[in-house]
Design a binder for this molecule. Structure first.
Ligand SMILES: Nc1nc(=O)c2c([nH]1)NC[C@@H]1CN(c3ccc(C(=O)N[C@@H](CCC(=O)O)C(=O)O)cc3)C=[N+]21
Length: 281
């Protein structure tokens, strides 16, 4: 069966190309878009992702303000750091890298990010706006998935989309975005019984579980579109790629699929946020 590999690096590049010009225009107006990233602790893969985000910012002229807090940081200290960034007019977007060490109240920290700077769609207000269909900044991985479908002109309306995972910044918001595009959406999770049968209903399957190679080839309906949003240690996705690609009409690889587009959406939202500060004056 003919099988299309959904090339996330290509999608990301086309998004970034469009941003370069917008960043130039902003700079001519005296505004340098700036993304603040906050990393708490020393988890090596989190450190790698945050570094990639900062580097990608700088490549297209966005300022990257990188804040690294020790793993012993208390919730209140993290909240103070976020509040300072909220008040800093030179900062347009704030990304708090998930997960933070378990003694920290991550939800409380997310909620502290002001809505104008919530370029990663982590606040409940931002999520609510996304769910209702008028959110400016949906979470970046969900936005990336929609971007890939859009780039490859994959129809969504009327399709059955099956999302495996219901996390606040991935499964739930991507389910909402697909619903807003008139898909019939089923959200599966760890308590779903007969998971393989439900996944087999999917014309579009989004894997957001966090278990390496979890989604099996025989769960995939022939001709389905498979998007792998998993990021497990060693750059392994949630989808058993070889087996699933034999069934799918189109599929994202890992690496080179959803990941690079996620970062380009973060850059786009940061530029959007910087433009908003100008149009307000
Ligand atoms: N507040 C928050 N927002 C996030 O969006 C967020 C987060 N926390 N925590 C962790 C996950 C993970 N994530 C990735 C982004 C890009 C790649 C990526 O670009 N990966 C490359 C390969 C990575 C490499 O080369 O090492 C690829 O798939 O091709 C992966 C994972 C964003 N996340």
């Amino acid at each position: 069966m003919e099988n299309l590999i959904l090339d996330g690096r290509k999608v990301a590049q086309s998004i970034k190309n469009q941003l370069v010009e917008r960043v130039q225009v902003l700079k001519e107006k005296g505004v340098t878009p700036c993304l603040a990233t906050i990393l708490v602790g020393d988890d090596p893969s989190s450190a790698t992702y945050v570094k990639m985000k900062g580097n990608e910012c700088e490549k297209i002229g966005i300022k990257s303000l990188r804040i690294h807090l020790p793993k012993e940081t208390e919730t209140n200290q993290l909240l103070e750091t976020i509040q300072k960034l909220n008040e800093d007019n030179s900062v347009h977007g704030i990304l708090l890298q998930h997960p933070v060490p378990s003694h920290i109240d991550e939800r409380k920290a997310f909620e502290t990010i002001s809505i104008e700077k919530d370029v990663d769609g982590v606040t409940s207000y931002g999520y609510g706006q996304t769910a209702l269909g008028f959110g400016k900044y949906p979470s970046c991985t969900p936005a990336a998935i929609m971007s890939i479908l859009n780039y490859y002109q994959i129809p969504i309306e009327g399709k059955h989309a099956v999302v495996i995972g219901r996390s606040p910044i991935l499964g739930k918001p991507v389910s909402a975005l697909l619903l807003n595009e008139n898909a019939t959406v089923t959200t599966c999770h760890s308590r779903t019984t007969n998971l393989s049968e439900v996944v087999q209903l999917g014309d579009i399957v989004v894997a957001a579980v966090g278990k390496p190679n979890f989604i099996q080839g025989d769960w995939i309906k022939k001709g389905a579109v498979v998007l792998d949003a998993g990021y497990n240690k060693g750059n392994i996705g949630d989808v058993d790629y070889d087996a699933c690609s034999e069934k799918a009409s189109a599929i994202t690889p890992v690496p080179g699929g959803v990941g690079p587009v996620t970062i380009s959406m973060l850059l786009k939202h940061t530029v959007d946020a910087a433009e908003e500060t100008i149009s307000k004056h």
